[in-house]
Write a protein that binds this ligand. Structure first.
Ligand code: SF4
Length: 374
């Protein structure tokens, strides 16, 4: 059981808040796709023969690929890996790329889950974020996808933007309710260094997003999700009927995955690698058969910290048995001691088997995790 991530680093336009690796220069897409296929040929032993239970096309904007480019990537995957019959195959798509033709091509290739980058159903927010689509396109993209038999759908939303007061957030939740989706993700707007948004905030063109506003919208979201039958299974992810993202859940559980493409990360349980974050450099390196990635062997403490941080964000929480088995009795004793610092507040739920966060604790997840680090 393993995962494959393919990073498609091209976008139509730059969203102001985004710090993912992407380029709006699209003159070298064919070369990049060829390089990704070549990287698969060179690194297919990373998964040590495990078959793929999940494949995830992320980015960037994978929905910008032509049918031929996507077909080439799929041919590379099939040549180099075994795909489980029931594999979850997700493609991130922006609403403005969702057409009858693109949906048919994705279906033919084997994509069975779409993650649609919507962010908001309100024009004002979309303009603020510099998204390439309109609110009307977002809603019609979902209905077109369903019409083409894509029912495993998820969307992304962003709250806490300066354009979004609580009433505006309620408006988004009302549309979300009407859409009746099996899954969605929601993130607080953050100002990442080296983004257009960071410059705007620095030059006082837009105000700094308010933490209190984001916290109150997150709290409202948790109540809303619970009353609408969604399980809050990870800090930013909500699913009905256990239709979790299998790819991301495997990642949070420490399952091996290989990342292909510029900036993609890989993990084999002990070692983490990350590819160069430049399209031309990536293509050049692959063409010269040079390494495209750097690697880091994680120490036991680093693996423990990573496990604590990711597991604490999920509804399953930190498994005491796993800590004991993977890191020893001493690590478990340390964890129990550190938990003492949080015992006074309503932040932690502890049973004999696990440690997880309450709704209040979810507001301070990073702080709590760092208090448990070694
Ligand atoms: S479409 Fe996605 S990856 Fe591209 S700039 Fe916008 S948020 Fe970033």
């Amino acid at each position: 059981m393993a995962g494959l991530y393919l990073h498609v680093p091209f976008c139509r336009q730059a969203c102001h808040y985004c710090d993912f690796h992407f380029s709006t220069t699209r003159s070298n897409v064919d070369d990049l796709v060829s390089a990704m296929v070549q990287e698969m040929e060179v690194r297919n032993d990373f998964l040590q023969g495990s078959s793929l239970s999940t494949i995830y096309f992320g980015g960037g904007t994978p929905s910008l690929l032509t049918a031929e480019q996507l077909e080439k990537l799929f041919a590379g995957i099939r040549r180099n890996f075994t795909i489980d019959e029931t594999a979850e195959i997700t493609l991130e798509a922006n609403p403005d790329d969702i057409t009858t033709e693109s949906l048919s091509s994705w279906k033919t290739q084997g994509v069975n889950r779409l993650s649609i980058g919507i962010q908001s159903f309100r024009e004002e927010d979309l303009k603020f974020m510099n998204r390439a689509h309109t609110s009307a396109q977002a809603v019609s993209a979902i209905s077109l996808a369903r019409h083409h038999d894509f029912h495993d759908l998820t969307i992304d939303l962003i709250y806490g933007t300066p354009t979004m007061n609580d009433e505006a957030w309620e408006e988004n939740l009302r549309v979300l309710e009407e859409l009746n989706l099996p899954h969605f993700s929601a993130y607080a707007l953050t100002v990442e260094p080296r983004t257009a948004l960071a410059k705007f905030v620095k030059n006082r063109i837009v105000p700094m997003p308010e933490e209190e506003q984001a916290a109150s919208q997150f709290q409202r979201l948790m109540e809303w999700a619970r009353s609408h039958g969604y399980e809050h299974y990870e800090i930013s992810n909500f699913a009905r009927n256990q239709r979790y993202s299998r790819h991301n859940t495997a990642y949070w559980k420490g399952i091996t995955y290989l990342g292909i493409g510029p900036s993609a990360h890989s993990f084999d349980g002990n070692q983490r690698t990350w590819n160069v974050r430049s399209n031309p450099e990536y293509i050049r390196n692959v063409e010269r058969s040079e390494l495209t990635f750097e690697k880091e062997l994680l120490s036991a403490n680093e693996r423990y910290n990573e496990y604590v941080m990711t597991a604490l964000r999920t509804c399953w929480g930190i498994s005491k048995l796993k800590v004991q088995q993977d890191f020893g009795d001493e690590a478990l004793a340390y964890l129990e001691t550190q938990l003492g610092a949080f015992s006074g507040g309503d932040w932690i739920k502890e049973s004999s088997a696990s440690i997880s966060l309450t709704d209040t604790g979810k507001l301070f997840a990073d702080h709590i995790a760092s208090g448990l680090f070694r």
